[in-house]
Design a binder for this molecule. Structure first.
Ligand code: G3P
Length: 222
């Protein structure tokens, strides 16, 4: 499973990319707004840090607005994927953009039918929102499992990005149901490798090593 960072914060992206762990980045209007910087400047900067796909979302609601914004956004860098909302107008836009070779990520997917339609329209990626489905008492993971089965059954090339990831357990569950990608907020990303028993074990090793060194020294190095 590939790991994307779900953030528009260039410092976080740089930090985790240097560890070799970031396969791509997803942003949305809320994440861009949080940075308080110019949209184009931020997206272009992210594309210089990460060589994998970087999703940047359109904000228009009509087919015409979405297509025109998507063409503009796609011209900013070769690794841009244009995020299009799961609406009727959005699906029409995805079809046209896909015919033009512009990569798309259909976002705000909450049902199997939405995901299937997006794949049929030619989306390169679909983004089911795990946390937001869980929030309303549905199962985000169940949706990813169903989508994966259906896309595989029919040989679609569309990749599933598990989005709205709220915990390390979401990442594990997404991997168990064959999600192609999990897009993970920076605060969750940082928790993926920590475990109290790892910290405890390290402290124990350090302590035993220090005791051993002390003994060696007292024995004159023998
Ligand atoms: O990129 C979209 C997304 O991951 C949203 O997450 O936590 O706002 O539901 P959240």
């Amino acid at each position: 499973m590939k790991f994307f960072l779900d953030t528009a914060n260039a410092n976080d992206i740089r930090y985790y990319s240097e560890m070799g762990l970031v396969d791509g980045v997803t942003t949305n209007p809320s994440l861009i707004a949080r940075e308080g910087r110019d949209f184009k400047t931020v997206v272009k900067e992210i594309c210089t840090i990460v060589s994998g796909p970087v999703s940047a979302e359109v904000t228009g609601n009509t087919f015409e607005e979405m297509v025109s914004q998507a063409r503009e956004i796609a011209s900013w860098a070769s690794n841009i994927v244009v995020k299009i909302p799961m609406t009727t107008e959005g699906l029409k836009a995805v079809k046209v953009l896909s015919d033009e070779g512009i990569k798309t990520n259909v976002t705000l997917v909450f049902s199997v039918s939405q995901g299937l339609l997006a794949a049929k329209a030619g989306a390169n990626y679909i983004s089911p929102f795990l946390g937001r489905l869980d929030d309303v008492g549905s199962s985000g993971i169940e949706l990813v499992r169903d989508l994966h089965k259906i896309l595989t059954n029919y040989g679609f090339k569309t990749e599933i990005i598990s989005a709205s990831v709220r915990s390390a357990d979401h990442v594990k569950q997404a991997a168990l149901v064959n999600s192609d990608i999990a897009t993970i907020p920076a605060n969750i990303f940082g928790k993926l490798w920590s475990h109290p028993l790892t910290d405890k074990g390290l402290a124990l090793f350090a302590n035993d090593w220090a005791e051993f060194q002390k003994k060696q020294k007292n024995n004159g190095g023998k």
